[in-house]
Design a protein around this ligand. Structure first.
Ligand SMILES: CC(C)(COP(=O)(O)OP(=O)(O)OC[C@H]1O[C@@H](n2cnc3c(N)ncnc32)[C@H](O)[C@@H]1OP(=O)(O)O)[C@@H](O)C(=O)NCCC(=O)NCCS
Length: 121
């Protein structure tokens, strides 16, 4: 049963300045996410996609309290499919919300990235 749905769109303009700030970068993105994006031709678009995933996930769980954004980590599997890593933080939150599966999808166009997140019980 679907118990949560979230969507977010991120304009790269919103991230151009913050991404120059190391503190922001480390607070919002995991080391793996930073490495993934920096290896892409248009890094900022991939950062925007990951940012959109974080916001979409938060909407899906409807919980914003004390959530460190870097703990909501997107990883791509061997086929490129994005997934949310089961960090300790995510595991605990899912347990609390009784969520078994997370589905996410990302798409980019020009200067926009969009992400959706579905939670299943
Ligand atoms: C996967 C694919 C459809 C992406 O489409 P696109 O129009 O080039 O790019 P979009 O901007 O819409 O999407 C890019 C995002 O797709 C996601 N993606 C990549 N491979 C994926 C896959 N196998 N399954 C699901 N999502 C995938 C990624 O999250 C990527 O963003 P990221 O690199 O920032 O994480 C395209 O690369 C493709 O056709 N690949 C070959 C066939 C394939 O593997 N298809 C699987 C889905 S049908």
């Amino acid at each position: 049963m679907i118990v949560g749905l979230g969507i977010d769109v991120c304009d790269i303009k919103k991230l151009i300045r913050p991404l120059k700030n190391k503190k922001f970068l480390k607070r919002v993105f995991s080391d793996k996410e930073i490495e993934y994006c920096k290896n892409k031709k248009n890094a900022i678009l991939h950062f925007a996609g990951r940012f959109a995933v974080k916001e979409a996930f938060l909407k899906a769980v409807s919980d914003r309290k004390d959530i460190p954004l870097c703990e909501i980590e997107t990883v791509n599997n061997e086929f490129g499919k994005p997934e949310i890593a089961r960090t300790v933080f995510v595991k605990n939150l899912l347990k609390k919300k009784k969520v078994k599966k997370i589905f996410i999808s990302i798409s980019h166009i020009d200067s926009l990235s969009v992400a959706v997140c579905i939670l299943e019980k």
